[in-house]
Design a protein around this ligand. Structure first.
Ligand SMILES: [Zn+2]
Length: 420
């Protein structure tokens, strides 16, 4: 019977390492050549390098699959928010006056993407623009955290929630929680508390999940930049008291004030040096990711993220999911889901903040241009639907000639179908 023993004993080895470009493998693989006589004879260094190369290959495959899913969910989004021309045109139609569409390879991920196409820039809705915007903001937050740690500061994650009921609409609740936070920040008692605790800067991220039982659950993650050690418990207790008062001032229905005092305001410390912690979903998750990608992670159990709602529409696994997503889209319209406290970017040496539209439309000059496609070729690719659009990228990740060969086939199919 074939088993682990025979797989290890017959000398066969997984081939994944051979398909990983050297540029991606990095330090661990270089360690093979440096520190070991023969990396294939089972020394620990060789083994570690192999595991590392395999995990890089696996991570790359996951990233490719995630990219394909984003295009798939974007097509679902077009069916749900059908009246928005920017969403309809996002990554489908060339930009005004564009003479061709380009295929680029990103210098960070080493994956291919298109350039020269329209983008909607709706980070809270569009899976494709949202991913690019979240990555950008994640890097900025990480840079801010790095500066802060160098100065001896500590980060902490504050989570603010509010009581909510199935019958309440998201629009009203989101407005109420944002107003309660704005009021809290202006409040004299909170200002004093901040000074005592050494809370200098903060980034506010709004996260919205949905559960069939309790409806929408809007809550805020505040990434606090504290000046040094502080009494997190005392800070949390006082924060909860002020938070409850501000919710009540906004007219939020609070049937159980004790529960808000107990769970309405949480302060999480205990991060590693890399500002990571083991999150609710049980895996290590960076603070920057927690804040920047709040609405993009997969929900737990019956707490669905907006992306999960689109998956439910795609799979037809949640009755009314499209309507629920539309309510979410209407509620976040015109609202900033991520906000830096005043002067924070300046003081930490970050450049001026870009709008979501600018980030989505931006081109990274360090990326490699792999190919120029004529507008006719692009029409042929688009004619093949999401499957063709993502297949071209999938091929171009490693082999642009293969991708162009496939584009040639698509053009022939397109011309035949059009009676050229
Ligand atoms: Zn978009």
């Amino acid at each position: 019977m074939p088993g682990l023993g025979s797989a290890g004993g017959d000398g066969k080895r997984p081939q994944a390492a051979s398909v990983v470009p050297q540029a991606v493998v990095g330090g661990a693989a270089r360690g093979v050549a440096r520190g070991v006589e023969n990396p294939y004879l089972g020394t620990m260094a060789g083994f570690r390098a192999k595991v590392s190369a395999d995990s890089v290959a696996t991570a790359r495959e996951s990233a490719k699959l995630a990219r394909a899913e984003r295009y798939e969910l974007q097509a679902v989004l077009r069916g749900v928010i059908f009246e928005n021309p920017r969403i309809r045109g996002c990554l489908r139609f060339p930009r005004a006056a564009a003479r061709h569409v380009e295929i680029h390879r990103a210098h960070r991920s080493r994956l291919a993407h298109y350039s020269g196409l329209q983008t909607c820039g709706r980070g809270g809705l569009c899976p494709c623009c949202g991913a690019k915007i979240a990555e950008h903001k994640c890097r900025e937050i990480q840079a801010a955290l790095d500066v802060w740690r160098e100065r001896g500061g500590v980060p902490a994650l504050l989570t603010l929630t509010m009581p909510h009921y199935r019958s309440q609409g998201l629009s009203d609740n989101l407005r109420a929680i944002l107003a309660a936070y704005a009021e809290l920040v202006r409040n004299g008692s909170y200002r004093r508390l901040r000074v005592e605790a050494g809370l200098k800067h903060s980034i506010r991220a709004s996260e919205i999940t949905y559960g069939p039982r309790n409806g929408f659950h809007p809550h805020l993650h505040i990434l606090g930049f504290f000046g040094g050690h502080f009494d997190a418990r005392a800070f949390g207790d006082e924060l909860a008291r002020l938070w409850l008062a501000n919710l009540q001032r906004q007219g939020v229905q609070v049937d159980n004030p004790g529960a808000v005092l107990l769970r309405g305001a949480r302060v999480q410390l205990g991060f590693t040096a890399g500002a990571e912690y083991v999150s609710k979903i049980g895996r290590t998750w960076g603070l920057a990711e927690e804040v920047a990608k709040a609405n993009r992670k997969k929900g737990r159990g019956e707490h669905y993220s907006p992306a999960d709602l689109l998956r439910h529409v795609r799979d037809d696994t949640l009755p009314g999911a499209a309507g629920v997503f539309r309510e979410y889209a209407a509620a976040i319209d015109g609202k900033s889901l991520l906000q830096w406290s005043p002067n924070m970017r300046d003081e930490l040496g970050l450049s001026a903040e870009k709008t979501d539209e600018e980030i989505a439309a931006g081109i990274d000059q360090a990326d490699t241009v792999l190919a120029l496609l004529s507008l006719h070729e692009w029409r042929a690719i688009r004619f093949g639907g999401v499957a063709a659009i993502t297949r071209v990228l999938h091929l171009a990740d490693d082999d642009e000639d293969g991708a162009l060969g496939y584009v040639g086939e698509l053009v022939r199919c397109y011309e035949l179908s059009r009676g050229y």
